[in-house]
Write a protein that binds this ligand. Sequence first.
Ligand code: ATP
Ligand code: MG
Length: 346
Amino acid sequence: MKQIILTGDRPTGRLHVGHYVGSLKERVKLQNSGVYDEIYIMIADAQALTDNAEHPEKVRQNIMQVALDYLACGLDPEKATIFIQSMIPELTELTFYYMNLVTVSRVQRNPTVKAEIQMRNFEASIPVGFFCYPISQAADITAFRATHVPVGEDQMPMIEQCKEIVHKFNTVYGETLTDPKIVLPENSACLRLPGIDGKAKMSKSLGNCIYLAEEPEDIKKKVMSMFTDPNHLRVEDPGQVEGNPVFIYLDAFSKPEYFAEFLPEYSGMDELKEHYTRGGLGDVKVKKFLNNVLQAELAPIRERRKMWEQKLPDVYDILKAGSKKARETAGKTLEDVRRSMKIDYF
Ligand code: ATP
Ligand code: MG
């Protein structure tokens, strides 16, 4: 069986370091592993419109920003098909058929949907399109016959819902769709990176992000303003490492060579954590180290991004060619689906 990847992001803002460790970094690694036959990366503009219906211009502009972030991180259009969701109308038709295989109460039970409804204050008035986005996500995944979906942990309920739709479809209409597998980052600190405000998730919509394209001065300001252990007031106080955003970021980004370069008095994370827990290590010192680590990680990304910003017509061509190829693939799956459903009349 072919090994196929499908993943993507909503063009609701520039991408941040949470996206990077939660999904982007993994994608680039998988892309370069040589294991996968096809890789599809979707800019989910139609999904972004489900909670931004009044701001199509924002979604439109962020398509280019997300594409630039992709290329900056090392996604390679020679190896990965980057495309725009709404340019593939076949996806909406698939969604329409899948809607019949899911109950309202099942979507209501989806923990990610629940959390997002709350976050957006949608409780009293949920747009139907937003409510149905897990179903349309199942259409996205299955249209490309994805076997692997590399995403952050918050997407786990979505993939489960997709698998249920696949099983239901195959049971009712005969073996047609491919069952996908979620691929989570191995490093647990990367599963769900908290915001710089200490909130559970760094998210474009919460404004608690360090962006991939952030300028060095802004990275530093944000790191120095980050939440830490609220009870660690004086340097000599014992501090808590668990749940401390600064240490979670270090677990996500630090490499042994950064200690040699920026903090040679410590052998590595274990010794640094041990000192903080014992007391006698100040937040400022740890934050300065984190700043150095992030600067080192983000500098090459920012440079590559600036290079692509000079070539916007090329980026546009990449999206256009990617969308054309993606549409052909989705069209074939839709044909199979209609045949299985016996609605391929002419
Ligand atoms: P929005 O607030 O508009 O939903 P978002 O920041 O949640 O934006 P998405 O486009 O919904 O970003 O998510 C894109 C991908 O990035 C998904 O695979 C998601 O799991 C992952 N991701 C998003 N935020 C984080 C995070 N803080 N830590 C780890 N992974 C994340
Ligand atoms: Mg999201």
